[in-house]
Design a protein around this ligand. Structure first.
Ligand code: UT7
Length: 319
């Protein structure tokens, strides 16, 4: 077997929904600004006692149910997150225990909003090679906890959630190819500098962003790595059925679709209802489109991420 394929998807969003109108009552912002600049109307925010691994667990259980696999089948867990429950152990190990899984490997991947793309690319190689047979790949975040809720430039943009897929070995694609990139020279345009040392947080514990620099880089690299994935597989964009990009900003998504000459009807978007859920955004959008029947067997799907690092990447697959 040379390939891996996704055999089930699942997702979970915390109950509490924070609308733009609610934010208007708390900070100097307004619904019209947020909608026109980002397309975001609302986001979900985790309850105080909910952790990333709790969200991940719900999404993982739904993905395993959809895939028809049990805890005995899973021999690899990769969790993409920037908001791990604790410094260590990894959220993947915590999730493994919560799911009652005792075998296999479990680790986290940190590539911020590109995390799920990095995690799925890694799991694909580990499963396609035969090293592991059945992997759970999760993107889960409580990003709301990295935000200064008095900073209108950042707090309106993000939300919490989790998405998961189960992948298995396959004779047929499945995942055609993955294309991952990073450029640490752009670390300063999107970051949380805080770290823990000697019992204290050192640096700023809140997200800092140069919004316009991130915007420009995102539009450029998403266009480039979409073309890279298509060229690698000898395909053109008219052979794509679905683009499922990172859900940060509707204007970035539209610009990427324009560059691919792809109509918006073929682009899955959840950013209006979810905001930017970082590593969870792509699997959340994928699960939505699978469950409502938009994504059908045999279709070509491109997943894309871009985020802190800066990191970016795309995965081309046949559903
Ligand atoms: O996963 C990647 C994560 N990050 C991103 O994808 C972010 C990419 N960047 C963006 O999406 C956009 O740059 C933003 C949506 C963050 C900002 O849009 P912009 O068009 O670049 O706005 P701006 O930063 O140039 O701000 C324009 C104005 C400023 O006022 P002045 O200086 O012109 O008076 C801001 O203070 O809008 C003001 N502003 C707001 N007004 C109302 C900034 N945030 C808000 C707000 N509500 N929430």
């Amino acid at each position: 077997m040379r390939y891996s394929r996704i055999v089930g998807t699942g997702s979970y969003l915390p109950e509490r929904i924070v609308t733009n109108t609610e934010l208007e009552s708390r900070i100097d912002t307004n619904d019209a600004w947020i909608v026109s600049r980002t397309g975001i109307e609302a986001r979900h925010v985790a309850a105080e006692q909910e952790s990333t691994s709790d969200l991940a667990q719900r999404a993982a259980e739904r993905a395993m149910e959809a895939a028809g696999v049990t805890t005995d089948d899973i021999d690899l867990i990769i969790v993409a997150t920037t908001t791990s429950d604790m410094v260590f152990p990894s959220t993947a190990c915590i999730l493994q225990a919560k799911l009652g899984i005792k075998q296999g490997a479990a680790f986290d991947v940190q590539a911020v909003c590109t995390g799920f793309i990095y995690a799925l690319a890694t799991a694909d190689k580990m499963v396609a090679s035969g090293m592991h047979k059945c992997a759970l790949v999760v993107g889960a975040e409580v990003f709301s906890r990295l935000l200064d809720w008095n900073d209108r430039r950042t707090c309106v943009l993000f939300g919490d959630g989790a998405g998961a897929v189960v992948i298995k070995q396959s004779d047929e694609p499945g995942i055609y190819s993955s294309h991952l990139h990073a450029d640490g020279n752009y670390a300063h345009i999107l970051r949380v500098t805080g770290g823990i040392a000697e019992g204290k947080v050192r640096g700023n514990p809140y997200l800092e962003m140069d919004g316009q620099a991130v915007f420009k880089l995102a539009v450029r690299v998403l266009g480039e790595c979409a073309q890279e994935a298509l060229a690698h597989n000898g395909m053109s964009s008219d052979q794509l059925d679905w683009l499922i990009p990172h859900q940060a900003n509707m204007r970035i998504i539209k610009a990427t679709a324009d560059r691919l000459k792809l109509p918006m009807e073929q682009v899955v978007t959840t950013v209006a209802r979810h905001g930017n859920t970082s590593a969870a955004s792509v699997p959340l959008a994928l699960d939505a489109a699978v469950r409502d029947g938009r994504v059908q067997p045999g279709q070509n799907v491109m997943l894309q991420g871009v985020g802190g690092g800066m990191t970016w990447g795309s995965i081309l697959l046949r559903w």
